[in-house]
Write a protein that binds this ligand. Sequence first.
Ligand code: UDP
Ligand code: MG
Length: 319
Amino acid sequence: MALLSIVLPAYNEEENIVNTAGVLSGLLEEQGIDYELLFVSDGSRDGTFSEICRAAEKNSRIRGAEFSRNFGKEAAIFAGLGMTKGNAVIVMDCDLQHPPQVIPQMWKLWQDGAEVVEGIKVSRGKESLAHKLSAGLFYRIMSRLINMDMNASSDFKLLDRKVVDVLLTLPERNTFFRALSFWVGFRTESVSYEVRERQYGKSKWSFFSLMKYAVTNATSFSTLPLQLVTVMGVIAILFSVVLFIQTLVKYLSGTAVEGFTTVIFLILIIGGFLMLSLGIIGHYIARIYEEVKGRPRYIVSRTTWEAASDTAETDKIKE
Ligand code: UDP
Ligand code: MG
């Protein structure tokens, strides 16, 4: 029988774990789907991992791992993918904002031969205005830069084992899961869903973390900002040709004394362009530097299965 793995990244989600585990296992048992749940605690500072251990004790299909610190959702997703055994893997948030009710639909599409099933948002659910605006800006920048419509896409998707294995062989550290599943191709279907409200806890994204996420992903997925530097160079050259001719004409006609305004403008414009260009190039160099260092994407400090065998061993010693 085919096994479905569900990867759930969790950062400070202690209120959600037991509830989510209960909802998912109830649903999947009812549907007769063979499953495993894999919670990856992303260096949570609350009791998330002990909640995961508690859930794992009760249900042997639940497993979990804890990072040594917060490495970000991307890292948690990839760590989870690497620990799954299923023939198909679903990635979803552990706050149940991705409705579990569409899982049977995704599973059906997979059984019918789909290799990637994208979850497409129809509505973004209730969010604060500031969050909506910053998320909107984020998706607009992203869609432009990587040339894919990111507005409706999400991290909620089902991947065939083949696709998971391909994703795990990608050597880069700076991953953007959402776009990579487009990039790898494969037979893709989609299901639409409505984002639900978060029941417990609050969103982990601030305006600044979203902007940082946007810039990091944009530069790791697109070289368009670098081409922008060339465009700025061309604009600056056009400017300078016009001013060169003007200056020459003035010099030859003997009226070349004035022109301080022009000089100041030129210094400001060219200085600004240069700084911006250096900044963009610097950002890419930083990315290259991070990739070249080749540090691991995440560090796992504990897992439920190791924790379980540890207690089993101490039990043995006690006996
Ligand atoms: N998350 C994570 N690491 C982080 C931030 C978030 O693993 O550094 C997880 C979080 O626990 C949740 C999912 O990513 O399961 C989505 O986060 P959140 O609900 O805060 O984002 P939103 O739904 O508001 O986009
Ligand atoms: Mg959420």
